[in-house]
Design a binder for this molecule. Structure first.
Ligand code: GLN
Length: 248
């Protein structure tokens, strides 16, 4: 049963975590609700402003090393996102955002900074020697089977490598078919822990993978009316898969 009140989508610190166009994830979520006749409200949260409680979905995007450090410092202050997650909120965090919701990550100068600890992962420049090159390019991920999603397509651009801590909760978002993702020997990308997802996929990821957008929305609504199209989305996905020489 869908509810009547607007679904509240918080776009966190777009000036710091908006370098890679991930703000488009908010647009996609809101539009997929509106196409179904359901109200949606996108709440941009500027850096320095308190993160509102009571949103349904919190979105964090990618950013450069130093803005990412500033974002983590701001978000750690009252960790409103952790409180919201404890109340059942959904989080989608991409690249720098993914690193920030983990336990720790490197800043530009190499120092290790605390993250929000929403997921049991840590990021470093490298877990091996020599330090691998920056991961830049197309990425294709086979989602974990229990998510029941088609192949995830996106673009990655990151220096960090991210691994799950020993005995950490959560599981990878999926297995990398093309690209780098977490950059760990298990060839995984991202993490899913309850209703919190971290991933290296830009694109924006929800524009390229509407089924993932609908999965997040179903976590909020429980049930969603079927939505066909628009047909261009699937045509573009097929064209991309073909160009990448990846078979679904
Ligand atoms: N600054 C981080 C890194 O390079 C994240 C980059 C990004 O968000 N694309 O690893």
């Amino acid at each position: 049963m869908s509810r009547d009140s607007a679904t509240r989508i918080a776009l966190i610190y777009p000036e710091l975590l908006g370098t890679y166009g991930d703000g488009g994830n908010a647009t996609v979520l809101a539009q997929r609700l509106r196409w179904r006749g359901l109200p949606a409200e996108v709440i941009g949260v500027p850096a320095g402003e308190p993160v509102p409680a009571g949103c349904d979905i919190y979105l964090l995007g990618g950013g450069e090393d130093e803005p990412q450090v500033l974002a983590a410092e701001g978000l750690r202050q009252n960790n409103a996102i952790a409180h919201a997650v404890a109340q059942g909120a959904v989080v989608l965090a991409v690249c720098a955002g993914y690193q920030v919701i983990g336990v720790s990550f490197p800043g530009g100068e190499g120092r290790i900074h605390d993250g929000l600890g929403l997921v049991d992962v840590e990021t470093r420049r490298s877990f091996e020697q020599p330090v691998p090159p920056r991961a830049v390019g197309d990425i294709v991920v086979e989602p974990a089977p229990e998510l029941e999603l088609p192949l995830l397509l996106g673009y990655e651009n990151h220096g960090g490598r991210t691994r799950t801590l020993p005995n950490g909760h959560g599981r990878p978002l999926g297995t990398v078919r093309k690209g780098v993702g977490n950059g760990t020997p298990d060839h995984t990308d991202g993490v899913v822990n309850g209703r919190v997802i971290g991933t290296y996929l830009h694109g924006p990821v929800l524009a390229q993978n509407p089924a993932l957008a609908d999965l997040l929305l179903s976590w909020v609504h429980g049930w969603l009316p079927e939505l066909a199209g628009p047909p261009e989305t699937e045509m573009l996905r097929q064209a991309r898969l073909h160009a990448l020489d990846v078979h679904a």
